[in-house]
Every structure is written in C-alpha cells, then in structure tokens.
Design a protein around this ligand. Structure first.
Ligand SMILES: [Zn+2]
Length: 108
C-alpha cells in the first residue's frame, strides 16, 4: 500500500474521507482512490477556496481561452485554445496580411 493510501494513524483510507497531515509547505496528499474517482491527474489544476470556514477543493476543467470549449485543446504558455479558435485566428491573420499587401501598407 502506498503512503498516500494510509491515514496518518496508519489506518486504511476511505476514498471519500481521509485524514492528512499538512507538511511544512502547507501541502497535503489527496488519496489516490479519491483522485481516481474525480479524474484528477498529475498536472491538473485544482482550485482551493474558503466556504463557511472550510477549504473546498474543486478540479479546474481546462477550457478554450476564447470560446470556453473543451474539445481539441492545444496548450500554449499555460493557456488553452481549441482547434476551431486556432483556425479562426489563422484565417483572420491571413486576411489581415492579404489586406495589408493589397493596400501596400506591408513594409518590406
Ligand atoms: Zn475556442
């Protein structure tokens, strides 16, 4: 059994309730069974917030910076953009370059 599957008193962990000791940096380890149940993987973002004196931890779902979509995400500089928005940005960029070429304002 891994160390994160045992409570601080050595008892087995219930996947929906676990006692954890906070380390010197304020960190705790979520039990692997709990992470698995919630689909939390290495590198995922979690939001911790105070609600009525309790800490509530919620998984942050990755979404497109522009449209909020969750399909076909590409990560760049810690941001996510969907394929559809990338295509839209490319089309706008090409149209902008073409307009500048036709108007003669594109510096050479
Ligand atoms: Zn998008």
């Amino acid at each position: 059994m891994q160390s994160d599957e045992v409570n601080v008193d050595g008892s087995a962990t219930n996947p929906i309730c676990a006692v954890r000791r906070v380390d010197a940096l304020g960190r705790i380890v979520l039990p692997s069974a709990m992470r698995k149940m919630l689909g939390i993987r290495h590198g995922d973002l979690l939001e911790a917030r105070l609600e009525d004196g309790r800490v509530v931890i919620v998984k942050v779902e990755r979404e497109c910076t522009f449209c909020g979509g969750r399909d076909g995400l590409i990560e760049m500089n810690d941001k996510h953009v969907c394929n559809r928005c990338v295509s839209g940005l490319v089309e706008r960029s090409v149209a902008d370059v073409e307009a500048r070429v036709w108007s003669g304002s594109l510096a050479r």
